[in-house]
Ligand binder design. Structure first.
Ligand SMILES: Nc1ncnc2c1ncn2[C@@H]1O[C@H](COP(=O)(O)OP(=O)(O)OP(=O)(O)O)[C@@H](O)[C@H]1O
Length: 329
């Protein structure tokens, strides 16, 4: 029996139901600690994003919560079922798609769907009806009779989700659902996820994309080296770190130098001819900065406001310094 007191339960303190709750989940492979005691609490009908760099342990967490592998320690309730005592109950409540896709490329999209319907013991006619409805919903009717191996990346992901929905799961795990997709397919997938949530489904999403978490998730947990280093709404996480500023860019070196000496407290970049003043980005603060610049006779060629985004949070919390990745967004 673990040494901590178990606090997984199906109800939150405010009486709302909890779709997934976990306490002290641990997993190691040999000497390598992959999950070092993670706690989770995901309200029913919400989107939760587990955000982390490569190798942080995101897939491992999904595999444990979806009963594909077992944890070394810790407890979890998924859909009201105890992971260790009732894995069958967990499996009946969830759907999983992602890096370990269930799509069989050798058969058609429709055959994949019918196979899934068989696995869920639907009658032949129900299976055909449900398959047709879902293929239609995910814009796959035209391609339904083609082998899945001929589908684009976006179509395969859509088929994968459609197959998952055959069993009408109330909780869906999406492991990096948009990795490798082009921008249009990513946006289609985001809309699919929003539609699922509006139907009351709980979505557990893993992602390396900060904009994806920002766009979709009600709550975000940042996983780094097997530990959750921060958890909250996107706004709460952004408030965790400083970094808001107003940036003034000059094209004329003389104007820049004179502004730099007038605004002594601004940090400056003499090569880029830019000055940075700390600011929370609020209207009130911007107005006072503009008034101050006017009074000091400083006229920049460009003024930009930078408020901390999830990139800043992510790099601050995960210790990442990958500028290439940062500027790629
Ligand atoms: N079966 C295994 N045997 C040994 N090590 C493993 C095994 N599965 C995962 N790991 C290791 O555990 C760590 C976490 O892997 P995991 O796949 O959970 O990370 P992730 O956050 O999903 O990363 P990615 O974004 O790259 O998918 C990695 O270092 C990985 O090499």
């Amino acid at each position: 029996m673990p040494s901590y007191v178990m606090s997984t339960s199906t109800f939150d303190t405010n009486g709302s139901t909890v779709a997934v709750s976990a306490v002290g989940l641990r997993k190691s492979y040999g000497d390598k600690v992959v999950l070092d005691g993670i706690d989770l609490r995901i309200p029913t009908g919400s989107v939760f994003a587990l955000l982390g760099p490569n190798g942080a342990g995101k897939t491992t967490a999904v595999k444990i919560l979806s009963t594909l592998i077992s944890a070394d320690d810790g407890q979890a309730l998924v859909g009201g079922h105890d992971l260790a005592a009732d894995p069958q109950g967990v499996r009946a409540a969830i759907g999983v798609t992602g890096q370990f896709s269930a799509v069989d490329g050798l058969i058609t999209g429709e055959e994949n769907m019918l196979l899934m319907a068989d696995l869920h013991h639907l009658s032949r006619s129900d299976g055909r009806r449900v398959a047709a409805e879902l293929l239609e919903r995910f814009d796959l009717t035209e391609a339904a009779k083609k082998p899945a191996s001929t589908y684009s990346g976006g179509m395969k992901r859509r088929l994968d989700i459609a197959m998952t929905l055959v069993g009408s799961p109330r909780i869906i795990f999406l492991d990096e659902p948009t990795t490798g997709l082009d921008p249009r397919a990513r946006h289609t997938m985001w809309q699919i996820i929003r539609d699922l949530v509006s139907d009351g489904v709980t979505v557990f999403l893993t992602t390396q994309y900060l904009d994806e978490a920002d766009e979709l998730a009600d709550r975000i947990a940042v996983l780094n080296d097997g530990r959750i280093v921060a958890e909250g709404t996107a706004e709460e996480l952004k408030r965790l770190i400083p970094g808001g500023h107003v940036r003034l860019r000059f094209t004329d070196p003389d104007t820049y130098r004179s502004a730099a000496s007038t605004l002594g407290e601004a940090s400056h970049d003499d090569e880029a001819l830019t000055l940075q003043l700390p600011s929370d980005g609020s209207q009130r603060e911007l107005r006072s900065i503009l008034d101050w610049l006017d009074a000091a006779g400083v006229e920049a060629d460009e003024l930009t406001v930078h408020t901390p985004d999830l990139d800043d949070v992510f790099f601050a919390l995960t210790g990442g310094t990958d500028q290439t990745e940062e500027s790629a967004r």
